[in-house]
Design a protein around this ligand. Structure first.
Ligand SMILES: Cc1cc2nc3c(=O)[nH]c(=O)nc-3n(C[C@H](O)[C@H](O)[C@H](O)COP(=O)(O)OP(=O)(O)OC[C@H]3O[C@@H](n4cnc5c(N)ncnc54)[C@H](O)[C@@H]3O)c2cc1C
Length: 226
């Protein structure tokens, strides 16, 4: 079954997962949350979950779920100099109340997972998916459907429409598996007077023709779309 979405969020970290939850809470029903990783996934971080963040978790009704994963309560922030001078700044509301722990420390592998699993209950999610960012960012697609498993996994892309007219008029493959076309940036011209775009594989990732001219790097021209 194909599905279309009002909002597709790429990245299921704290930013993406809480956006998904807030959208759902505010009546946006068709939300898809995509992440290239599989949750739980770890990230480098100081792992502090401030009083402000706890407030947001309370607003979303999921603060109690953080209590269920390993964590330490945090009273405030302590700055110290090499000479040992220390300044202690309690979180707002915790002043003079050492037992009050409005914030806490929770490893991202646990904390981000609490957020993502709550988002998963509320909206559609796709893990282990790096989306075709450029098509999305440039307004050519309106939704995605995950199909297949393992190496045969693929995305069925739902094309964007504006007033019954498709956002895509045409697509031309420039490179093929047997004939790869590489061009210098000066030779990668705007497509259809700038109304279309070329998609180029460069040493710095996949980019549009506009980006390669701006960054002055060439690459393999994959296809043109307009
Ligand atoms: C060293 C360090 C210490 C820090 N300490 C703290 C701290 O103590 N307290 C604090 O509050 N903040 C801290 N931060 C900041 C905090 O880590 C970030 O603010 C927070 O992670 C941002 O969340 P996010 O959801 O925007 O991004 P992320 O948590 O980075 O999530 C982005 C997600 O997007 C996914 N993704 C990326 N590209 C794609 C793609 N193309 N397709 C699909 N998915 C994709 C990734 O897999 C990832 O899951 C620290 C940051 C660093 C670097």
């Amino acid at each position: 079954m194909k599905k279309e979405y009002d909002a597709v969020i790429v990245g299921g970290g704290p930013g993406g997962s809480s956006t998904a939850l807030f959208l759902k809470k505010n009546g946006v029903d068709k939300v898809l949350l995509i992440d290239k990783a599989k949750f739980p996934r770890d990230k480098i971080c100081g792992d502090a979950f401030s009083g402000k963040s706890v407030g947001i978790a309370k607003e979303l009704g999921i603060a109690q779920d953080f209590e269920k994963v390993p964590h330490e309560g945090v009273y405030g922030v302590l700055f110290s100099s090499p000479k040992g001078t220390m300044v202690e700044i309690p979180f707002p509301g915790a002043e003079g109340k050492k037992n009050a722990k409005p914030g806490f420390c929770v490893r991202r592998i646990n904390g981000d997972n609490v957020l993502f699993q709550n988002a998963r209950k509320a909206v559609d999610t796709l893990e282990e998916f790096t989306i075709t960012d450029l098509l999305w960012e440039n307004g050519f697609v309106a939704g995605f459907e995950k199909k297949g498993r393992g190496p045969k996994k693929f995305l069925d892309i739902i094309l964007a429409y504006e007033k019954d007219r498709g956002a895509i008029d045409g697509l031309k493959f420039i490179s093929t598996p047997s004939r790869r076309i590489y061009k210098k940036h000066q030779l990668i011209r705007p497509v259809r007077q700038g109304f279309g775009m070329a998609v180029v594989s460069t040493s710095q990732g996949i980019m549009t023709d506009k980006e390669v001219r701006k960054k002055k790097i060439g690459g393999q021209v994959l296809f043109e779309i307009w």
